[in-house]
Design a protein around this ligand. Structure first.
Ligand code: HEM
Length: 565
């Protein structure tokens, strides 16, 4: 027997790994994580896109932070620097340094554009990821707290975006800040204090850019980084949810191990996302601040829009009529308070609390690791669609001037149409989506019981006509019949059998009302006995249609010819 040479021993490859492990002892944790099974589905990539665009934001942000000057001190733009349109103009150092990054620093414009595109993609992927989690019920026990962590990340993402695009101190960012100042001042009684607190005195002052800079490059990304870590840790602890499918149960995870399959996939996917952002940054111009000019309160023009994720706030401001009243010498401006504070306040609180509201309606204390098909939870799906539709209406309203100028339409006409749409869309959307979900459930039921229609009709010996269906295979069937359905919680009698009033009756009645709203209209899933009965009757029919005496009518003419001949 030959002894392997020292250099052939596998120990060599693990040298650095062993060195580190002997000092920090994390091999157990890493091995456990590497063996963790992850389910496979394209929609799980949405969270990953958020993660990779955030990494791209940090990388490009570090570059920008080296050249940006967070100061509102006034300078005169040099006569020999590009762009010529800005030569000799007075501007803040913040704006001048943004121009310098764009025109003088090598790779500066690419980095600026990549940073901005990455921010747009980051927010888009967060929102898409959140919608995936919402519509599939991935927020249910035990993931409610992770939903709250994710929700906080969404708010921090908005804050990161807002503080970022306010930095260059150009006309657009100055207008955004002025809106923020207006929203702060609209808070009853405290408004002026809040505004003075934010801006360090009268708007705009000279403090806001350095303050925003600290928030944008330190506080907000630091919090996002910490919370993303916590978020992913919770995903590992809870294990990932999986879509319903053959063999997938609450107790197992069907998928591939993190190492090597997911590690390789994730690494590759990071470069795809990074490359895509680089391509956008290199080819599509974004936020070319030199076209707008340095901030000056007077030139507010049509076509001034914030980034897409802030458009809903802009739209809400544009849709609200100029309501205002005075009380005890104070002016209460509803036209800003309602769209700027009340509507986002209600929307975001409801979104954060949704998992708890639904758990209250179901009374369900079980853990859920298999995802819902959106059609099987019609009220949740309808609520999600309302949020999306209202968001889109508000975003369109935030562009009402662009629509008016491009299509030569009346601005007031568009505003009124959108006001009406905003008020009625929730009802129409709710009704429509719920009906569609229930219809899809009925169709699933039919499919599970009778299979797919083949387009053939057979006549049996007794003269009856039957349409011929092809039964589903076991894999298709599993997905259609695996779910269970929630029924409304009953409040029970008002009094005990002894005739005493039940103390918990009132709260149960409230809960029952919420539960009825969610689950009153439902389609019962197929039971085992129904399936067995349907299969038995198909068997009989198959048997009958196999006999020579059966005449066959076809809906498909080519089929007809084939059989007739
Ligand atoms: C910086 C923003 C975010 C990042 C980087 C991020 C990243 C991720 C990743 C990579 C996963 C695992 C893959 C997946 O299920 O897609 C995940 C899961 C999850 N995320 Fe996020 N997420 C973010 C924001 C959010 C938001 C806004 C919410 C909801 C309010 C949310 C709720 C969840 C939940 C509940 C899970 C577990 C889902 C499951 O196991 O099916 N996340 N997140």
């Amino acid at each position: 027997m030959t002894t392997p040479k020292y250099s052939q021993q596998p120990k060599q490859a693990g040298g650095p790994y062993n060195y580190i492990d002997e000092r920090v002892g994390v091999s157990g944790v890493i091995k456990g994580f590497a063996r963790k099974i992850f389910p496979d589905h394209w929609s799980f990539l949405l969270g990953e896109i958020a993660l990779y665009s955030f990494i791209t934001l940090i990388l490009t942000g570090i570059f920008l932070a080296m050249f940006f000057v967070p100061s509102m001190g006034t300078v005169t733009y040099p006569m020999d620097a590009l762009p010529v349109t800005e030569q000799g103009n007075h501007m803040s150092e913040a704006y001048a340094s943004t121009l310098k990054i764009s025109f003088e620093v090598k790779g500066g414009l690419l980095m600026r554009q990549m940073h901005h595109w990455a921010a747009l993609l980051f927010m888009a992927s967060i929102v898409a990821h959140m919608l995936r989690v919402f519509f599939t019920g991935a927020f249910r026990k035990p993931r409610e707290l992770n939903w709250l962590v994710g929700f906080t990340l969404l708010i921090l993402g908005l804050l990161a975006g807002f503080t970022g695009y306010s930095l260059p101190d150009d006309v657009l960012s100055g207008n955004g800040l002025r809106i923020a100042d207006g929203v702060a001042k609209a808070i009853p009684l405290l408004g002026t204090w809040v505004s003075f607190g934010l801006f360090g005195g009268e708007f705009p002052g000279t403090e806001i850019i350095p303050r925003l800079f600290t928030m944008h490059i330190l506080v907000v990304p630091g919090l996002i980084l910490a919370l993303v870590g916590l978020h992913l840790l919770m995903v590992v602890i809870h294990k990932h949810t999986q879509y319903p499918g053959p063999g997938r149960k609450e107790e197992n995870v069907v998928g591939f191990p993190v190492f090597p399959v997911y590690a390789a996939k994730a690494g590759g996917f990071f470069f795809i996302v990074f490359g895509f952002i680089a391509l956008l940054g290199a080819t599509l111009s974004i936020n070319n601040v030199w076209s707008y000019g340095a901030y000056d309160p007077s030139p507010v023009s049509a076509g001034a829009q914030p980034d897409w994720y802030m458009l809903f706030l802009e739209g809400a401001l544009r849709l609200t009529p100029g309501w205002e009243f005075e009380l005890l010498g104070f002016t209460f401006s509803m036209s800003i308070l309602i769209p700027g504070v009340v509507i986002p306040g209600i929307l975001f609180t409801a979104l954060a609390l949704y998992p708890f509201i639904e758990a209250y309606a179901t009374g369900d204390k079980r853990e859920h690791h298999v995802l819902d098909r959106p059609r099987n939870v019609p009220v949740r799906t309808a609520i999600g669609c309302i949020i999306v539709v209202e968001f889109v209406i508000l975003a369109i309203a935030g562009s009402n001037d662009i629509i008016a100028t491009h299509f030569e339409m009346s601005l007031n006409g568009i505003t009124w149409a959108l006001r009406i749409a905003f008020l009625f869309a929730p009802f129409v959307t709710f009704w429509l989506v719920k009906r569609i979900c229930l219809s899809l459930q009925r169709r699933d039921r039919e499919l599970a019981l009778h299979g797919r229609a083949t387009g053939k009709v057979v006549q049996t010996e007794d003269g009856a006509f039957h349409s011929v269906h092809r039964p589903l295979d076991d894999y298709e069937l599993w997905t259609l019949v695996q779910h269970d359905v929630h029924r409304p919680i009953e409040a029970g009698p008002e009094t005990t059998p002894e005739g005493h009033p039940r103390r918990e009756y009132k709260s149960l009645k409230r809960r029952s009302a919420v539960s009825r709203f969610f689950f009153e209209d439902r389609v019962e899933p197929v039971t085992k006995s129904e399936l067995a009965a349907a299969h038995a009757s198909h068997h009989q029919l198959d048997h009958a249609s196999g006999r020579k005496s059966v005449s066959v009518a076809h809906l498909d003419t080519s089929d007809q010819q084939q059989i007739d001949s």
